[in-house]
Write a protein that binds this ligand. Sequence first.
Ligand SMILES: NC(=O)c1ccc[n+]([C@@H]2O[C@H](COP(=O)([O-])OP(=O)(O)OC[C@H]3O[C@@H](n4cnc5c(N)ncnc54)[C@H](OP(=O)(O)O)[C@@H]3O)[C@@H](O)[C@H]2O)c1
Length: 308
Amino acid sequence: MEKILITGATGNVGLSTLKLLDSRNYPGIEVVAAVRDIERARKTEGIANCNFCHFEFDEPSTYDKALEGVTQIVLIRPNQVSDVSRYIFPFLAKAEKIGVKHIVFVSIVGAERNRIFANHRTENHFKKLSIPSTILRPSLYMQNLSTLHRHDILIHDRINIPAGHGLVNYIDVRDVAEVIVASLISPVTGSEAYELTGPEPLDFNQIAKIFSDELGREIKYTKPSTIKFVRQKLLDKKQLLYVLTLSLLYTAARSGKMNHTNDVIRSITGHDPRNLADFIHEYRDCWIRNDADSAPLKPRSRLRRRRL
Ligand SMILES: NC(=O)c1ccc[n+]([C@@H]2O[C@H](COP(=O)([O-])OP(=O)(O)OC[C@H]3O[C@@H](n4cnc5c(N)ncnc54)[C@H](OP(=O)(O)O)[C@@H]3O)[C@@H](O)[C@H]2O)c1
């Protein structure tokens, strides 16, 4: 009997993984979603009947119960949990102690090179553990466009990302989830790591064009400088480390580090990775304005005020 614990189970990748495991209903596999708020999680579409346990990285008293009988873990580190020595390593120490036999860790593209990434420190920590691990380094998620950048596209008709003319090989989290599930079904006994890319590198002018064609209104790529982007995100009250990590990722895109693709998704799942135009078409309602969504009124210019 396998018991799989998924952290970050209500987020982008965790939710997709949970839904996929639930729909496949593998015999002999029990799946538990580790969540901060069980009642809230139960209301999430499509997972009402899943098993949940209460779990918070920053509440170590929740670790033991969540880990009871667990044989494999899908470790998704929430962006907010950046102090990994304090909140991720002690959790992994408990997992090692109870004999968890495999962990799939969702890292991020370039984490092996960038010391500033919390996922870099977590990847390195796995080298000190005796638990076999599969480290996945997905490229940027398409779902960022329907979450993180949704407001800019919906309200301001713009993509406000400091990637210059760089290319990005966006990936759909549903493809990442398929790779996670494949890794759980045939767990390794040593350690392995894969970079996961989407199907095609595109620049943000091309991406803005796909949006414009799909939505029937012009979406512009504003190409902000990194400094302007960081300032804006800090004004939006985003965490500094998170903003720096995002900026580094977009800087990597600008300098050509995301302009490649590989065939890992295809070789593991048997199909091509989902493409961005299809994703934007499928989720187009996210960026369609209704009466309630309208751009905030711009302050009147001084000139106009004087005239009034
Ligand atoms: N975004 C990208 O483009 C991208 C690309 C590749 C890799 N990654 C990596 O993916 C990871 C984030 O995954 P994601 O985007 O799937 O997550 P996400 O959508 O940001 O969701 C975060 C999840 O973590 C949970 N959570 C938040 N704080 C928690 C805490 N203190 N204790 C326990 N759970 C907590 C949230 O639960 P609640 O429902 O309670 O809030 C939610 O389920 C990061 O490590 C990032 O580096 C991101």
